[in-house]
Design a protein around this ligand. Structure first.
Ligand code: FPP
Length: 247
């Protein structure tokens, strides 16, 4: 896409209120590589480049929160060598991105069962989250070893303990209590959920939080998804009429 077309799209998007929070299911790295006769990890490498460009684009568009689904609890079932390579790639990328995140004032936060993440990757994520925690710009949420039902289970366990301790009456449990017990505590629900590679599923992602989220699916594979695609998704969102179940 020519840079001028990209800047025109960005300008059009910025002329209207932008969604505060966009979440993305980045799918299709494997297929992108297979179509080119390359190993799947080559697709993941390109996927990291695409993610990098999208973080910058999200910042340029003025989003406050961007959530990227980097690794699901189900992804451990992939071939062992793919998981090993992916972990190595993600570990490398986290450290490499730190100077850029600082420069752009991006704050990193991780959601998921972090205790189950291999130690070198966990250390990297925790280090970058700590270094960037006071940055005032875009908040980048990386969902890692994340599963929506696990998140709900963890939240219900927190609430059950509070009930058992006598802090909370069962009938007093509110939606706000549940939201506060989720990994996304304190963050607004996504306004827009994007999924690449043509699948029409939510795949256990942010199940509670997407109750009223607008969905936007594209056949484009994640490594080919660029800033212009993000701006197009936002422009479509801006044309929609969100009613939250009302008329
Ligand atoms: C999606 O394609 C791949 C993933 C969800 C795994 C990891 C994501 C990246 C490497 C992107 C960069 C992320 C960050 C946060 C830097 P797939 O393997 O499911 O593709 P397929 O459906 O074609 O097999």
């Amino acid at each position: 896409m020519a840079v001028t077309a990209e800047s025109a799209l960005l300008e059009a998007v910025r002329a209207h209120p932008v969604p505060a929070h966009v979440a993305i299911i980045m799918d299709g790295n494997g297929r992108w590589a297979t179509q080119r006769g390359l190993p799947r990890v080559a697709g993941h490498r390109e996927g990291v480049k695409a993610a990098r460009a999208i973080v910058r684009a999200a910042d340029a568009a003025g989003l406050r929160f961007l959530t990227l689904y980097a690794f699901s609890t189900e992804n451990w079932n992939r071939p062992e060598d793919e998981v090993t390579m992916l972990m190595r790639l993600l570990e490398e990328s986290i450290y490499r991105e730190l100077p850029d995140l600082m420069e752009n004032k991006v704050r990193l936060r991780v959601i998921g069962r972090t205790a189950g993440v291999p130690l070198p990757v966990r250390r990297g994520l925790e280090h970058v989250a700590l270094e960037t925690r006071d940055n005032p710009g875009l908040t980048l949420l990386v969902a890692f070893n994340y599963g929506g039902r696990d998140e709900l289970l963890d939240a219900f366990r927190v609430l059950a303990r509070r009930v058992q301790a006598g802090e909370l009456a069962p009938d007093a449990v509110s939606e706000a209590d549940i939201s506060r017990a989720l990994y996304t505590e304190g963050l607004p629900d996504p306004d827009l959920l994007i999924r690449t590679s043509g699948e029409m599923r939510v795949s256990n992602f942010l199940l509670w939080q997407i109750a009223y989220t607008e969905l936007w699916m594209t056949p484009t594979l994640w490594p080919d998804f660029g800033p212009s695609d993000l701006y197009r998704a936002i422009a479509d969102y801006q044309r929609r009429d969100r009613r939250f179940g009302g008329v």
